[in-house]
Design a protein around this ligand. Structure first.
Ligand code: CA
Length: 237
C-alpha cells in the first residue's frame, strides 16, 4: 500500500486514476492545483506523486522543481502526466526532477505498471515483496518476520508500528534516516507526532529483535538518526 497524491485539475481524469489506484490497494489524496498539492504534502508526505504538467496557476513543472529543491521532498517519487508528447517536453519534465513521464491519453495498465516500477525503485516498503537481511526475513503479504536458527525458522512477534519501521529500514539498509524522515516515511506524519516517539518504537523493535540476536542491526548514529546495517557489530548495540 502506497500513499499517492494525484495532482490533476481535470476531475474526470483525477477520479478515474483515483478509482484504479484505490482498487490496487493504494491510499489516494486528490489536489486540483499547486496550493492544494503543497498543503497535502505539508500534512503527509506521499510515497509517490502523480503530477499533471498543466495546472491552473503554478504549473506542475514548476512544482516539481520546487519539490526537488526542498530537503523534505527531494527524494519524493514523481510521475509527470501531460498532454505534451513532444520529445523535448519529456526531456524538460525529466530534467525538472520527474522520475517518469507519461503522455495523455495513457492506458490505466501502463500507468499502473509505471507506478509499480517507480515504487519498486524508490519506495519498496510500499510493496509486498519479501525482504531478507542477515537471516531475518520479513514478508509483508503475510505480515510475518522470521529468523533462521539451525534448521528451523522462528517467528518474531512485532507490533504493527515496529513491523512498518523494520520493513522501511530493511528496504533502505545502510542509510542513515533522521527521526523526521522516519516520521514522514513510516508514520506519514511529521507534524503531530513527537520525535521521541521514534526512539520509543526503535527500542521496542530492538527488544523484539534481541530474541533473534539481531538487535545490533539497528544502529543509533549519534546526532543523525538510525540505520539498519549488516556491518554493525553485536558489541556496539
Ligand atoms: Ca491539467
Amino acid at each position: 500500500m502506497a500513499r499517492i497524491l494525484v495532482v490533476e485539475d481535470e476531475s474526470a481524469i483525477a477520479e478515474l486514476v483515483a478509482i484504479n489506484l484505490r482498487h490496487a490497494g493504494h491510499e489516494v489524496t486528490l489536489a486540483g492545483d499547486a496550493a492544494q498539492a503543497q498543503a497535502a504534502i505539508d500534512a503527509v508526505l506521499p510515497d509517490l506523486v502523480l503530477l499533471d504538467w498543466m495546472l491552473p496557476g503554478l504549473s506542475g513543472l514548476s512544482l516539481a522543481r520546487q519539490w526537488r529543491e526542498a530537503a523534505r521532498t527531494r527524494d519524493m517519487p514523481i510521475i509527470m502526466l501531460t498532454a505534451r508528447a513532444e520529445e523535448s517536453d519529456k526531456i524538460t519534465g525529466l530534467d525538472a526532477g520527474a522520475d517518469d513521464y507519461l503522455a495523455k491519453p495513457f492506458s490505466t495498465h501502463e500507468l499502473m505498471a509505471r507506478i509499480r516500477a517507480v515504487l519498486r525503485r524508490k519506495a519498496p516498503q510500499t510493496l509486498d515483496a519479501a525482504v531478507e537481511i542477515a537471516g531475518l526475513r520479513l514478508d509483508p503479504s503475510t505480515r510475518r518476520v522470521t529468523w533462521q536458527h539451525g534448521d528451523a525458522a522462528h517467528e518474531l512477534r512485532l507490533g504493527p508500528t515496529e513491523f512498518k519501521l523494520l520493513h522501511f529500514l530493511m528496504t533502505h539498509p545502510e542509510r542513515v534516516h533522521s527521526r523526521q524522515q522516519l516520521l514522514d516515511r513510516v508514520w506519514g506524519d511529521h507534524v503531530f507526532i513527537e520525535e521521541r516517539t521514534v526512539d520509543v518504537h526503535v527500542k521496542r523493535l530492538r527488544d523484539a529483535l534481541s530474541v533473534a540476536r539481531c538487535a545490533h542491526l539497528v544502529e543509533t548514529v549519534r546526532g543523525a538518526g538510525y540505520r539498519l546495517s549488516e556491518q554493525a557489530h553485536a558489541a556496539s548495540a
